[in-house]
Write a protein that binds this ligand. Structure first.
Ligand code: C2E
Ligand code: MG
Ligand code: MG
Length: 468
């Protein structure tokens, strides 16, 4: 329908076509260019069954840089990244900007894993040189996910999904990682999906339970509170550890449903404990990124009837780092209602002592990794000693996790640690067993709270001589 007498529509259509296939910021092709190129290559290779590779690269920690230096500096970095990638990719390869800080590559002459890893390493090195922003230099790393046609997928969508899965695994392993999609990864994904289905069903059927592990005063072993720990036994899969299913629920987007059930059950159980005992509940990183978390928690407490002052929330350093602003708001809102915040697994995350200054935590839990070696490893002993001294100075309470024997407990006491938790004092147990534990171990002389009165013991009939 093009006419010689009226060339304008033809030109603008070409322009439109070009625009639809390119990224205005960097001038690279966009995700439609990627899709079409991959489809073309796959059609060619269907006759000549030689593999080819696609890759997705994602910049590590780009968002904080964007937030810190501004969007203009962010754009400048993205343009420099595009420029470097275009200059370094092998002949015949294509680079596109896939999305935000994500770039994609088609590598027609990369046929197998080693070749993919070599190119990944080279691109990683190229991207790690400093970026010049005029008055300052910025450094970045990138993570990579590769997928090889046809093993990782014969259709574009499937191939891309495999590359995304590989990238996701790289991200989970930390910064600057390179992953090539493989049959093991495919197997693992399949297992994870089966687990996800079973877990979703368990959450709906209310089959995930909360168990409770005592947190004690080290001087005399008196119980001060309990940490709620999620427990799930599947009919087919058997016992599944929360360190497996909690991250899975986070990844697959239903941690909220799981956590709400667990908090409700834990709070209900805590109602039958003496009122001076606290309930310590783990929050996952995804919840610290969701602005509605504080309201959700407070409304569960109010429905159950548990005083927010009896709740402590355990969060990790990594969770706080992921989305510091939202985390800060959630923490502040909850603290305003009397909820206390513990920093869990202290010393193992991407520790930043600055966090202890910027955030007002109430308690620090020293990770088991240090405690378990405290009597045999001088370095662990010194680290624990330093954490205790620092927390004393900052007016933070300290709990040592993972105390397994008498020697650990004595050592911690001698270092000035006042609270502890671990198999030596009690394993996690269900709510009934927890009530039995209380009958034997509860003393009302916690130095951290006012002593309870008999009115503080709803539904709890103490038998120990200390209370009678
Ligand atoms: P965590 O919060 O650091 O919990 C302490 C873990 O150490 C628990 O493992 C507990 O059973 C274990 N533990 C306690 N004392 C000892 C000891 O003396 N020796 C040894 N070897 N281990 C001890 P568990 O129950 O398997 O939980 C693992 C992790 O899963 C927890 O680590 C927490 O990060 C997460 N988790 C558990 N329940 C929940 C939950 O309801 N919500 C969320 N978001 N995470 C949870
Ligand atoms: Mg914990
Ligand atoms: Mg912990």
């Amino acid at each position: 329908m093009t006419s010689v007498g009226n060339p304008m529509p033809q030109v603008s259509q070409n322009e439109l076509q070009a625009m639809a296939y390119s990224d205005p910021l960097t001038g690279l092709g966009n995700r439609y260019r990627l899709r079409d190129k991959v489809r073309m290559l796959a059609t060619e290779r269907a006759q000549d069954p030689a593999p080819f590779t696609i890759c997705i690269a994602n910049l590590d920690g780009f968002k904080p840089i964007n937030d810190l230096f501004g969007a203009e500096a962010g754009d400048e970095i993205l343009c420099q990244v595009a420029h470097r990638l275009k200059a370094c990719i092998p002949d015949g390869a294509t680079v596109t900007r896939h999305d935000g800080d994500e770039f994609a590559f088609i590598l027609p002459l990369v046929f197998e894993r080693n070749g993919a890893e070599r190119i990944g390493q080279m691109m990683k090195d190229v991207l790690s040189a400093p970026y010049d922003l005029g008055d300052r230099n910025v450094r970045l790393s990138a993570s990579f996910g590769f997928a090889i046609y046809p093993f990782a997928g014969e259709e574009y969508e499937e191939l891309l999904k495999s590359a995304e899965t590989a990238l996701y695994r790289s991200k989970r392993r930390g910064r600057g990682q390179i992953t090539v999609y493989s049959s093991e990864i495919a197997q693992e994904m399949k297992r994870a999906t089966q687990l996800e289905q079973a877990l979703r069903t368990a959450v709906i059927a209310d089959a995930v339970d909360a168990h409770f592990q005592p947190i004690v005063r080290l001087s005399d072993g008196a119980v001060l509170g309990f940490e709620a720990l999620a427990r799930w036994i599947d009919a087919d899969l058997g016992f599944v550890s929360p360190s497996v299913f909690v991250p899975l629920a986070e990844e697959r987007g239903f941690i909220d449903a799981l956590s709400e059930t667990l908090l409700r059950k834990s709070a209900e159980a805590a109602l039958s404990w003496p009122r001076d005992l606290f309930l310590s509940f783990n929050l996952s990183s995804a919840q610290l990124m969701d602005p509605s978390t504080a309201d959700t928690i407070l409304s569960i407490l109010s429905r159950v009837g548990l005083d927010p002052r009896r709740l402590e929330l355990e969060i990790t350093e990594t969770a706080v780092m992921t989305c510091a602003d939202t985390a800060y708001r959630i923490i502040t809102d909850l603290q305003a209602k009397g909820v206390r915040i513990s920093l869990d697994d202290f010393g193992t995350g991407q520790s930043s002592l600055g966090r202890l200054r910027d955030f007002t935590f109430d308690k620090v839990k020293i990770d088991r990794a240090f405690v378990s070696q405290i009597t045999t490893d001088r370095a662990s002993e010194h680290i624990v000693k330093a954490i205790i001294a620092m927390c004393d100075g900052l007016d933070l309470q300290v709990v040592a996790e993972g105390i397994e024997d008498h020697a650990d407990a004595e050592k911690l006491k001698s270092l000035g640690c006042r609270m502890g938790q671990g198999y030596y004092y009690g394993r996690p147990a269900d709510s009934l067993a927890t009530l039995k534990y209380l009958e034997n171990h509860y003393r009302h002389s916690s130095p951290f709270r006012r002593p309870p009165t008999m009115a503080d013991l709803p539904g709890f009939i103490p038998r120990g001589p200390e209370i009678a």
